[in-house]
Design a protein. Structure first.
Length: 139
């Protein structure tokens, strides 16, 4: 969460060529990020949304716009020290790693839940079919 709040306390500028690149990365990253969510929301049952890479897209795509913020930042407002992009990039990378580990865990639990639920439904249906057969046979 710190990575999301830190830009509120950074001076952001777009005057140098690297800062312009940062703005481009930020805007492109936001577009990709929102598109990844849109696919999951609009087409939740499509192959992309149900695949691990598609399900995880909103977790790994922020790295693009976070990299852009790192290039745009010039200083921390509350410390009045020169901003070093590598510090923000390191914090962003740590956030992305842990966020993706969490999403992988959620995805794998979801797959297991679906598999167990499907197996239970099959067992339940087989049990119903079997009990109906037994009822018919006793008559």
């Amino acid at each position: 969460m710190f990575v999301m709040l830190l830009p509120a306390f950074m001076r952001l500028r777009v005057s140098t060529s690297s800062q312009k690149l940062g703005l481009g990365l930020y805007l492109t990253g936001l577009l990709i990020y929102f598109a990844s969510w849109a696919v999951l929301i609009v087409f939740p049952q499509c192959a992309w949304s149900t695949s691990e890479i598609g399900f995880m897209a909103p977790a790994y795509t922020p790295i693009v716009w976070l990299a852009g913020i790192g290039l745009i930042g010039t200083e921390l407002l509350f410390l009045r020290v020169r901003f070093k992009p590598w510090i923000y990039w390191t914090l962003s990378a740590l956030f992305i790693v842990f966020h993706n580990l969490h999403v992988i865990t959620v995805f794998s639990r979801g797959i297991l839940t679906v598999a167990v639920t499907a197996r239970q439904a099959t067992t339940f249906n087989d049990g119903l079919t079997g009990s109906r057969r037994n009822t018919r046979q006793t008559r």
